[in-house]
Unconditional design. Structure first.
Length: 210
């Protein structure tokens, strides 16, 4: 069975975006010692290269993501790690969970297909039932949290950034799914304030009589 791995980041105050619903303002107060820190990119490249399928969510979000990485491939200002990430994005099987993706949308992305929202759980179960390398979700918080509640997430790679989202930030977790987390690895990086924690995820068995 193929494992489903999730890689996400979280701020010190437990958020994944600030009140503007974007990421760039989060870095306004980043400590100068961490200027240019790209360890989150390196970690995501590592798990992406090991994966066999990438899951994305939402038509606009997913397509904009894929278009962005197409542009990075030819960008001479892009860092080596981001160019390597872009090359892998172009190669890996990708599934977009959305009710609004059309065949024409996918023409520029030959390794990509769509799955309806109502079919997301069945699609993931079918992917997991096969043989092969892991399935990966990077960001796409609402998608993976729905799968987490159904016991379909096997590992959570959570990178804590030394930043604050502040009032109005969106919490990474907005519910309390019946799952247990067992810490299997922690990692820090030279020149970075990021802390990676990798958790094994297991779903709690239903209580008898409920």
């Amino acid at each position: 069975m193929r494992p489903l791995i999730v890689s996400n980041f979280v701020t010190l105050d437990g958020c994944y975006e600030d009140a503007s619903r974007t990421l760039v303002p989060l870095f306004e107060y980043r400590h100068p010692d961490y200027s240019g820190d790209d360890q989150f990119d390196h970690h995501n490249l590592e798990v992406l290269e090991a994966a066999g399928t990438l899951l994305l969510a939402g038509r606009e979000s997913a397509l904009n993501n894929l278009r962005y990485w197409q542009g990075v491939q030819g960008d001479p200002q892009a860092t080596p790690v981001r160019r390597a990430f872009a090359r892998r994005i172009a190669q890996i099987e990708t599934v977009i969970v959305s009710d609004h993706v059309t065949p024409g949308d996918l023409t520029p992305f030959p390794n990509t297909r769509a799955a309806k929202v109502a079919e997301a759980e069945a699609t993931v179960r079918a992917l997991k039932a096969g043989e092969g390398p892991p399935i990966l979700i990077i960001l796409s918080r609402l998608l993976w949290q729905g799968l987490l509640a159904r016991g379909l997430v096997d590992e959570l790679h959570l990178t804590t950034f030394p930043l604050l989202a502040g009032p109005g930030g969106t919490p990474l977790f907005t519910g309390r799914p019946p799952v247990q987390f067992r810490l299997i690895r922690s990692q820090t990086y030279p020149g970075s304030g990021n802390v990676l924690n990798v958790y094994d995820v297991s779903r709690l068995a239903p209580v008898a009589g409920t």
